[in-house]
Design a protein around this ligand. Structure first.
Ligand code: ARG
Length: 263
């Protein structure tokens, strides 16, 4: 997550002028509607979404999300794991609230980070954790490499996490969810230029902004038809008009994930 912060700052510098111009041109009433978490969404529970995992540091502080794809395997973002070691993190399942003590806490026996990963805006943002303790929760199905058609523009996707509820806000104590439309690759390219790597990323959000993942949601799921199809990766700010959230395009990495799931 810290590596991503640096990546985001780079992106922020690249687009700052355009963002400032856009802000000046757009009257702000809708943009300023009270932000809700994730940004714009509703509370939910790990009972409703049992495969949504908190990734915490060794003292239990959540910093990223993840998705259970097998009893002892969790898919998350590579940028969440940069600089981490197996002893520095835990995975928590079945815990709706950040301040809860329920659910299952597992240590991690292996962190696989996509070897091609450098930073989130260069793509390859996928990691698979092997848990020391199996989770007694239903795992999510994830896309296969041939499912590339799932990313059609305007398809509704679901995002989930405990991240901040506004761009510079604080985390949500309760798990939140929202739905966002997938954005055409050509449109995302217009927003982000060369930072948008079409083979590795997919964008989601409303043209007018208002609903998005934000800091702390990284690594968590983007579901299409209930199937894991993306990983929360990066974006310019959060929920800004013209700057959708960027998610790892999981079809590209599905075979790599499966190799880890079976390892
Ligand atoms: N980088 C964030 C994280 O580490 C996720 C950012 C997603 N941003 C967005 N605008 N969708 O938690």
């Amino acid at each position: 997550m810290f590596g991503l912060t640096r990546a985001r700052q780079t992106a922020a510098i690249l687009v700052a002028t355009a963002a400032a111009a856009a802000t000046a041109l757009i009257a702000s009433p809708t943009a300023n509607a009270a932000p809700q978490p994730i940004v714009g969404g509703t509370t939910t529970t790990t009972t409703a979404y049992p495969f949504v995992m908190q990734i915490t540091d060794a003292s239990g502080h959540q910093f990223c999300g993840g998705t259970l794809v097998a009893a002892n395997k969790v898919v998350t973002a590579a940028h969440c794991m940069a600089g981490e070691s197996t002893s520095s993190i835990r995975v928590v399942g079945g815990r709706t609230y950040l301040n809860g003590t329920d659910g299952t806490v597992s240590k991690v026996s292996k962190i696989w980070i996509n070897p091609d990963y450098t930073d989130a805006t260069s793509g390859h943002d996928v990691s698979v954790l092997t848990l020391s303790t199996s989770m007694p929760y239903t795992a999510a199905k994830y896309v296969s490499s041939s499912d590339t058609g799932v990313y059609a523009a305007n398809t509704t996707a679901r995002i989930l996490g405990w991240g901040t509820t506004s761009e510079n806000g604080s985390s949500s104590n309760q798990l939140r969810t929202a739905t966002v439309p997938l954005v055409a690759d050509s449109s995302c390219k217009s927003s982000y230029g060369s930072d948008f790597v079409q083979s590795d990323m997919v964008c989601a959000g409303y043209t007018s902004g208002g609903v998005d993942t934000c800091q702390g949601d990284s690594g968590g799921p983007l579901l299409i038809g209930g199937v894991l199809a993306g990983i929360t990766s990066w974006g310019e700010g959060c929920a800004e008009a013209g700057y959708p959230g960027v998610y790892t395009r999981l079809t590209t990495f599905s075979n790599l994930v499966t190799a880890q799931v079976n390892s």
